[in-house]
Design a protein around this ligand. Structure first.
Ligand SMILES: [Zn+2]
Length: 397
């Protein structure tokens, strides 16, 4: 049977309890939808010591270019307090025009709609002149080690090349047509430790209180803006997320104090240039004597989080215009092209081809009673179908 109905597609996916790292039957359900459309499907298990094995799926229809990839994930976050749900989280119950279930918007709904859109396209026009593939991971909500990164490597290794990618994450803040994501800020974290000299609180000249040092250093990180933002990006922003001393005694000056921070940065910076800026700020602040008159510079070290997310911005008019035009044709609204929000798997895909993101309304994602308006499923399917037609039309022109 042709999977042209996004509602039944989504119900089948929601009924699979695929909380990361469990496959939960979700990829099997998806494979059952793609096979009748003529896709050849690979199930790829990725492994890495110290992490659970993860099952992923790659499916392709067609052998020629141009090649459009749809990317997403079937894993979902835990349900939280199951008793608090109005309807069981894996039941796909429909009430008052909405379907309930974990993953309804993040992002089984996006997958269900894209499958339906492709099925409708094939029904009306036959196979597209080119290829469509699905790159679906089971490890987006988890550590993301055995997911998109390894699946892309695996596919590229066997010769897969893509011209464009659409990620179906929920990108709309309030209603369908609000927002397309055309890039993402980078994210970088680190921890600073200040080394002082422990001592008696009554004899501070014999000690060196690291609390004074950590205040100077964290102040320097928060003090002035890193940049003013760009046309497409918000200003970069740093948040100190914790300051830790862990000292239980009121009469003891502690030996150490540490602090952690996270910075979301725009395309003024690379992770490397930003690290250099942060170290320069810290070195300057370490010499400041305001809180420590007559003292040697603060002794500190910094440990960077190993895997920063790199900033990216997609500049591919065929892709952006096809999607934006499809949204406008179906909803009558011009979507905002945005780079806001957290990171997503698009940060890995951008190394292979231009990538944009558009999906459902994100309001209930990760919450109790995650749910999607039935009308939105139909509308998003229409948008995806128009996008596929436009993109292949564009690529053939
Ligand atoms: Zn998601």
């Amino acid at each position: 049977m042709f999977p042209t109905d996004p509602i039944s597609n989504l119900a089948a996916l929601i009924r699979c309890p695929s909380v990361t790292p469990a496959e939960g039957g979700a990829l099997t359900a998806l494979e059952a939808m793609l096979a009748p459309l003529g896709f050849s499907v690979d199930r790829v298990v990725a492994k890495e010591a110290g992490t659970p094995d993860i099952e992923n799926l790659y499916a392709r229809l067609g052998a020629e270019g141009p090649h459009l990839m749809f990317a997403g994930h079937t894993d979902v976050v835990p349900v939280g307090d199951e008793a608090a749900w109005s309807h069981p989280p894996f039941s796909a119950a429909i009430a008052r025009g909405e379907m309930y279930g974990r993953g309804a918007v993040d992002m089984k709904g996006g997958i269900a709609c894209f499958v339906a859109a492709v099925a409708r396209h094939i029904e009306k026009h036959g196979r597209p002149k080119g290829s469509i593939s699905f790159l679906i991971t089971g490890d987006e909500e988890g550590p993301a080690i055995n997911g998109t990164v390894k699946l892309l490597e695996w596919a590229a290794q066997k010769g897969e090349r893509w011209d464009a990618c659409l990620v179906g994450e929920p990108t709309n803040p309030e209603s369908l047509g609000d927002m397309i994501k055309i890039g993402r800020r980078g994210s970088l974290s680190g921890r600073i430790t200040v080394h002082g000299v422990q001592g008696h609180a009554a004899y501070p000249h014999l000690a060196d209180n690291p609390v004074r040092g950590i205040l100077q250093l964290t102040q320097a990180l928060m003090d002035s803006a890193f940049d003013a933002g760009t046309d497409t990006f918000q200003p970069s922003n740093l948040e100190v997320t914790t300051i830790d001393v862990g000292n239980a005694a009121v009469n003891v000056i502690p030996a150490r104090a540490s602090a952690a921070f996270n910075i979301r940065f725009n395309d003024h910076w690379t992770a490397e240039s930003l690290k250099a800026e942060i170290v320069a700020r810290l070195d300057r602040a370490a010499k400041d004597e305001t809180l420590r008159p007559g003292r040697q510079p603060v002794k500190y070290d910094i440990v960077w989080n190993e895997r920063p997310s790199h900033v990216f911005l997609t500049r591919n008019n065929a892709l952006i215009d096809s999607l934006s035009g499809a949204v406008e044709a179906v909803t009558g609204r011009q979507p905002k092209l945005s780079t806001t929000g957290g990171t997503s798997d698009a940060r890995f895909i951008k190394d292979y081809c231009p990538v944009v993101e558009f999906g459902l309304v994100g309001q209930t994602m990760h919450m109790v009673d995650e749910r999607v308006a039935i009308a939105d499923l139909e509308t998003l399917t229409g948008i995806y179908e128009a996008f596929v037609a436009r993109w292949f039309g564009h690529a053939a022109a």
